[in-house]
Design a protein around this ligand. Structure first.
Ligand code: BTN
Length: 317
């Protein structure tokens, strides 16, 4: 339906739409209402039909028509959710979401970050989405899903916006030393296999400095702040999903070597003196490498090597 509206300069009659799509006039009207709830402005005039006045910069229609196939099955858009991850976990565990579904919200009331933090989620400007997938790796390699997701986001932002971003272990997307995106992965697994992974992705796309709470302004940024222009959120979402599908396919087909080496190339943490904090504990050292499960290898001041599976990394001078 969107394609017909987009391709027509002016009004398309309800009759023509229902003929073109092979559905009833009532179904056309229902679809118009759905599109309006996603932010499309569609004019309806009794004698003339429908006219697309303005499309939102983020819609599930646009996203799914670009990526739907063997891997991505469906995209669901909500004006507002508590948290796309909470919603996806709940719905997926109840069996209401098939793997390959993407949940997208225009805003979140209770956006969650790692380590129990809040993820600032104002409306109309950023990407908040959760990918529901059945990953090709087992529980031992669960960290690879997060690394793969951060690489997909970094590649997508670099390619779609020509922006220079890097990754801070394990999953922060960084630009000019500030955070522009983060990933929160949650899995349902038993000892041998991962039944589902819910990958929550938050990218600050068009937020302005004023959209961030005061205490984040020194450490957070957005694509718009960095490039000086706005970006269509659908384009970025589509790129992320395409990159994700490609990297996941490569991982399934050829193993993890090239994923790990591509990830290392974009990582800004390796080789640096860092402090890793987790709860009340902090440990200092040089972030030497990641191992083949994606864990951080920290060279301690004592000379020993410590494997870190989770924590917050800050660079030290
Ligand atoms: C981080 O702390 O770096 C992770 C941030 C993850 C935020 C995203 S936004 C979409 C999804 N829903 C949430 O509540 N959190 C994730």
């Amino acid at each position: 339906m969107l394609m017909v509206l987009r391709d027509t300069d002016g009004f398309v009659s309800g009759e023509k739409l229902s003929e073109a799509l092979g559905v009833t006039r009532a179904a056309i009207w229902k679809k118009v209402r759905e599109l309006r709830s996603e932010g499309y402005i569609i004019e309806a005039a009794a004698s003339r039909g429908y006219r697309l006045v303005r499309a939102p910069d983020l819609s599930s229609e646009e996203v799914i028509s670009a990526v739907q196939g063997a891997f991505w099955k469906d995209a669901l858009f909500y004006r507002s959710l508590g948290s796309t991850n909470d919603f996806a976990v709940e719905q997926a565990l109840d069996g209401h979401l098939q793997p390959g579904t993407v949940i997208i919200a225009d805003m979140q009331e209770k956006g969650r970050g790692r380590m129990g933090r809040t993820w600032t989620s104002p409306p109309g400007v950023n990407i908040y989405m959760s990918l529901v997938i059945k990953p090709c790796v087992g529980p031992r390699d669960a960290t690879l899903i997060t690394l793969l997701s951060s690489l997909a986001c970094a590649n997508a932002i670099r390619r779609a916006a020509g922006m220079d971003v890097s990754i801070k272990w394990p999953n922060d997307i960084m630009a000019s030393g500030k955070k522009t995106g983060g990933i929160l992965t949650e899995i349902k697994a038993d000892q041998d296999s991962i039944a589902l992974a819910i990958i929550g992705i938050g990218i600050n796309v068009n937020s302005r400095v004023a959209d961030f709470p005061e205490e984040l302004r020194e450490t957070a940024t957005s694509m718009k702040i960095e490039t000086g222009r706005e970006h269509a959120r659908s384009d970025i979402v589509i790129r992320i999903l395409q990159e994700f599908e490609y990297l996941h396919g490569e991982l399934a087909r050829s193993g993890k070597t090239s994923l790990l080496s591509d990830w290392r190339k974009l990582c800004s943490t390796l080789g640096k003196r860092v402090l890793v904090t987790s709860g009340d504990a902090a440990v200092a050292g040089i972030a030497e490498d990641i191992d083949d499960e994606g864990l951080l290898l920290l060279r301690l001041e004592s000379g020993g090597l410590k494997k870190i599976s989770s924590g917050d990394v800050t660079l030290r001078s």
